[in-house]
Design a protein around this ligand. Structure first.
Ligand SMILES: [Fe+2]
Ligand SMILES: [Fe+2]
Length: 258
């Protein structure tokens, strides 16, 4: 990014940089910043310090709140608001939860299915079970967050007692030679002996590995189950001073300067 010689045509990456800089400059005169992790996602350890960024955007302050490019969140956001305005792949979660509901599982299992991939839907792929569990831990029964955490490991291991096979999709995605890392194998072994093992296993059983873009699912079908099983803080998620409040705030304001 930054000034470039005008005597030659811009490369594709310079064009992308220019577009990005233009978008940044359209944020109501505020400068939005990308965290280190966002740049690593592009394979880059690039870092531009505050002073330099501000010098490129004279007269502007850094964004310290909501990013106007993203849907507006209410002052006291609920889990439903995050589903509607932040989670990018709600359909997968709804399809899994619908399957669990139709199979007649208890509400804790349905909620675990509804929330099992919130890590991916709102945050990050790597270790999504662990991130997702941490995000919801203060608000759900231990059984639910535990199951969300370990479904990450369980999905790589079959359990014939419930008809769960290693997913064909994983053969396609990761190749026939992929072996789960030792920490995943260890997690699986611990989970096998745990009292909530079957709750996590039911997440895998109801996980939809072949996505149906036409499936009719509706978040409204789960509002009551969420109401009974997710302790929505009256201050709003992010403002209730739990060990995961900061994570909800980051989802709300991903481009805040600090
Ligand atoms: Fe998952
Ligand atoms: Fe899933």
């Amino acid at each position: 990014m930054g000034p470039h010689a005008a005597s030659r045509p811009l490369t594709l990456s310079e064009q992308a940089d220019e577009l990005e800089e233009k978008m940044m400059n359209e944020l109501n005169d505020k400068i939005a910043t990308k965290s280190a992790l966002f740049n690593m996602g592009d394979g880059s350890l690039d870092y531009v310090g505050g002073a330099e960024l501000q010098a490129r955007n004279p007269g502007k302050y850094f964004l310290m709140g909501a990013d106007p490019r993203l849907p507006k969140m209410p002052d006291k956001p609920t889990l439903i608001d995050f589903f509607k305005h932040r989670f990018v792949s709600m359909n997968h979660l709804l399809q899994s939860a619908t399957l669990a509901l139709k199979a007649g599982h208890e509400e804790k299992v349905v909620l675990a299915c509804l929330l099992h991939d919130v890590g991916v839907a709102g945050f990050i792929r790597c270790d999504h079970g662990y991130w997702g569990a941490q995000l919801i831990e203060p608000y759900v029964a231990e059984e639910v967050s535990w199951a969300v955490r370990v479904h990450q490991a369980l999905r790589f291991f079959p359990d014939e007692s419930v008809g769960y096979k290693y997913p064909d999709m994983y053969l396609k995605y990761f190749g026939p030679d992929y072996q789960p890392e030792p920490y995943i194998v260890d997690e699986y072994k611990r989970a096998r002996r745990h009292k909530y093992y079957m709750t996590a296993r039911l997440i895998c059983v109801n996980d939809i590995y072949s996505f149906d873009p036409d499936a009719k699912v509706n978040l409204d079908d789960f509002v009551d189950i969420i109401g009974r099983n997710f302790k929505q803080p009256k201050e709003g998620l992010g403002f209730d001073n739990t060990p995961s409040s900061h994570m909800w705030r980051t989802l709300m304001w991903p481009t805040r300067f600090l």
